[in-house]
Ligand binder design. Structure first.
Ligand SMILES: CC(C)(COP(=O)(O)OP(=O)(O)OC[C@H]1O[C@@H](n2cnc3c(N)ncnc32)[C@H](O)[C@@H]1OP(=O)(O)O)[C@@H](O)C(=O)NCCC(=O)NCCS
Length: 151
């Protein structure tokens, strides 16, 4: 990651523009507002190049019945602007989120899971995440599969 990059906590509203451009192109902004965005335990990270927000990721304390871990977080809205993809920024954002989760949660039985876009599974596998279950469609988006890692 270039030295002008910084990662900070951002508000849910700051994530909407990048979610829309990267994850919901052509869709209205209300489709970029996720349930859980405002929950007390949710936090949103933004990755900046100088003053420009170029990537976002949201972490929500949501349990998935597939898992029995005491503390579970779901990663949502992981997105890097197209012009910046493939330069290590997504990796930096994901690793930063893992560190925040570990430092905020004393529980050693801590899990991060998400519904991964099928085309992005290789990215997450590089970070030690594994798939579970069958692929499924999220209507209007694309095929997804659950991935997880114990942090
Ligand atoms: C997926 C995404 C977040 C990854 O961020 P990024 O900054 O592009 O990824 P990085 O540069 O940190 O990539 C790290 C590694 O993963 C690989 N990688 C990145 N995106 C990949 C993809 N879609 N498929 C396969 N491998 C991928 C890179 O080649 C790199 O491998 P290397 O370390 O061997 O060179 C980003 O590309 C993105 O926003 N994509 C569009 C939206 C999306 O699919 N979001 C995920 C929703 S589940």
């Amino acid at each position: 990651m270039a030295s002008t990059r910084t990662i900070k906590l951002v508000s849910e509203t700051q994530t909407y523009k990048i979610r829309q451009e990267v994850l919901r192109p052509g869709k209205p902004i209300n489709e970029c507002i996720f349930r859980g965005d405002k929950d007390e335990d949710t936090f949103h990270l933004g990755l900046y190049e100088s003053d420009e927000l170029i990537g976002v990721a949201s972490f929500m304390k949501i349990c998935n019945p597939l898992f029995s871990h005491n503390t579970q977080y779901q990663l949502r809205g992981m997105a890097i602007l197209p012009g910046y993809q493939g330069k290590g920024d997504g990796s930096a954002l994901l690793k930063h989120g893992e560190l925040v989760l570990k430092s905020n949660n004393a529980d050693t039985n801590l899990l991060l899971w998400f519904n991964a876009r099928e085309h992005a599974t290789a990215f997450y596998e590089k970070h030690g995440y594994i798939t579970i279950g069958e692929k499924f469609d999220i209507p209007g988006v694309c095929p997804h599969i659950v991935m997880y890692k114990r942090l």
